[in-house]
Design a binder for this molecule. Structure first.
Ligand SMILES: Nc1nc2c(c(=O)[nH]1)N[C@H]1C(S)=C(S)[C@@H](COP(=O)(O)O)O[C@H]1N2
Ligand SMILES: [Mo]
Length: 533
């Protein structure tokens, strides 16, 4: 009675889960790559665009349907869970396959296991070696560890198979006993795998290297000591309106890797090459010190943000004007495009004419007066007014001047080439608990934000049920680029109501009412909010 394919699948699941736990422990203790994330990130690049986009849409709708919290961090968690489950699932398939093979070979032949270990381990090591941007351990040591771990994993299949098969080498009459013995062995194996996984996860969590900055030495953000430029604006936001300025830790975050690249300032330079007379290598200090610093309040939005979604935030960015830096490189007349490349393999094209026309385009190195967080692009990212985030690389490592525009990372995956931000307005609150009194009329404050990129906002209107559109009051914005906070004091009528909001941009163009999906060019349609007061 030989071990079955189902036995193999179960064994694969168990020992691969243990393998993932061991990778986690090594990552926490030694700083080696966490292989499941690297494999997942590789897959996310290798799979065709539509598959990835479907996957993202699916995750985002699940998060919305089950109200799993702030979209971008919930989506990251979902990705991490998927990445971690991927390898054990693969292990189950491989286990079944290997057991099928082992049933037909001699006992004690470790070759099939070792070959499978190498067949997964070698590509995994290569993928981690090229893709990983977070490991701190020596590269060669990391690769050796990954390969060794997979070889041992492959060999473990054979060992377990042999143990199960040995339990089957018993004459017929006592096969009852044999089945029991095999079952108890599998239970023990499961117990061991569970123990390794739990202990591994525990050790890993305890030793997670935090960037712990002690409180006394922690640098103070700009906003801790400075009021916003519009602090004196007459109109107060309705209670429950979002914060006008998003703290860095609350800023939404979207990027293609499971973990943000960790770049050390001393190892980093920005190279400017291609069709230029004066190729340059700039350090971060060069960019900070040789060029004037530009401080700009900026609302950044993701093209995947649905109407009323939370993938939009406002921060104070500091950087150097790209036009000035570019001039120093002395581009040729034929150099019409900048090809920007990032440490995580992301890339985008920016037109040189736009950089020269708009002095607000900058290479940013600080948010809220502090160096960029790892998640948000340390050491350098670009700012381009009026464009969705997908056109604005973080973790920039090089700018190459070229003579034609190709498609950037998300454009190749089916998204808009220009990605101009859409006008959007959102109701954050119908503040039923804090009524205002105007004469004998009770008013309820309705409030939120509106945003239309560099076009600005000229008007926000609210419609309650099928009533006339009523104009909301606009709070003076922080500066002319960020979103605008609005408030409408609604003459209260008890019952259930539908509130609809629409903004008009600075050119007098009203927000598009027709519903459109986020893909390919950003969502359109008016936000409607049902509320019982
Ligand atoms: N290098 C790199 N830059 C990137 C991305 C990325 O995945 N890699 N994502 C882009 C997208 S889609 C958005 S919406 C913004 C998000 O910036 P944030 O995470 O700092 O909010 O970064 C953009 N820049
Ligand atoms: Mo995005």
């Amino acid at each position: 009675m030989k071990p079955t394919l189902a036995n193999g699948a179960l064994v694969g699941l168990l020992i691969t889960t243990s393998l993932v736990a061991l990778f986690y422990v090594a990552t926490s203790l030694l700083g080696t790559p966490f292989v499941p994330f690297d494999l997942f990130d590789w897959l996310a690049r290798a799979l065709p665009g539509p598959v990835i986009t479907l996957g993202i849409d699916f995750i985002v709708s699940i998060i919305a349907a089950f109200k799993l919290g702030e979209t971008s961090s919930a989506a990251k968690t979902a990705e991490h869970v998927m990445a971690i489950l991927l390898l054990p699932a693969l292990g189950a398939v491989i286990g079944a396959g290997l057991f099928a093979l082992l049933r037909r070979t001699d006992r004690d032949n470790y070759w099939p296991g070792l070959i499978v270990g190498a067949a997964i381990g070698v590509p995994a090591a290569i993928i981690s070696g090229t893709l990983n941007q977070t490991a701190s351990a020596d590269r060669l040591l990391s690769l050796a560890w990954i390969l060794a771990a997979f070889l041992v994993w492959g060999a473990a299949f054979v060992r377990v198979y042999n143990r199960l098969a040995a339990a089957g080498d018993v004459p017929e009459p006592i096969s009852e006993v044999v089945a029991l013995d095999r079952r108890s062995f599998l239970v023990r194996l499961g117990g061991t795998a569970a123990a390794i996984t739990v202990v591994g996860a525990g050790v890993g969590l305890l030793n997670r290297r935090e960037d712990d900055v002690s409180l006394e030495t922690a640098p103070r953000p700009w906003s801790a000591d400075n009021p916003l430029p519009n602090a004196d604006a007459a109109l107060q936001p309705a209670p429950g309106t979002r914060a006008e300025f998003t703290p860095v830790r609350d800023h939404y975050r979207i990027d293609i890797n499971s973990l943000p690249p960790v770049i050390h300032e001393e190892d980093w330079t920005l190279s400017i090459t291609g069709l230029v007379d004066n190729p340059m290598e700039l350090t971060l200090a060069d960019i900070r010190e040789k060029y004037p610093a530009l401080d700009q309040f900026i609302t950044l939005s993701c093209i995947s943000n649905p109407v009323g979604g939370d993938l939009i935030s406002t921060q104070r960015w500091t950087g150097a004007p790209l036009k000035t830096i570019l001039a120093d490189a002395q581009p040729h007349v034929t150099a019409t495009q900048l090809l920007i490349k990032s440490a995580d393999g992301f890339d985008e094209y920016v037109s040189r004419a736009m950089v020269n026309m708009d002095e607000r385009v900058m290479l940013a190195y600080a948010w809220d007066g502090l160096p960029l967080a790892y998640e948000h692009g340390f050491p350098l990212r670009i700012f381009i007014p009026d464009r969705f985030g997908m056109k604005q690389p973080k973790w920039i490592v090089s700018i190459e001047l070229v003579s034609s525009e190709e498609e950037g990372y998300w454009v190749r995956r089916g998204w808009d080439q220009v990605a101009q931000v859409r006008s959007t307005a959102v109701i954050d609150t119908v503040a039923a608990d804090s009524k205002l009194q105007a004469g004998n009329q009770t008013l309820i404050q309705v409030g939120g934000m509106a945003y239309a990129g560099k076009r600005g906002i000229s008007k926000v209107e609210i419609r309650v049920d099928d009533g006339e559109r009523q104009e909301a009051q606009l709070r003076a914005p922080i500066t002319d680029l960020p979103w605008v906070i609005w408030r409408y004091d609604w003459p209260f009528v008890p019952g259930e109501h539908i509130f609809t909001v629409r903004c008009t941009d600075g050119l007098g163009i009203a927000q598009i009412e027709a519903l459109a999906d986020t893909r390919p060019s950003g969502a359109t349609g008016l936000q409607r909010r049902r509320e019982t007061v």
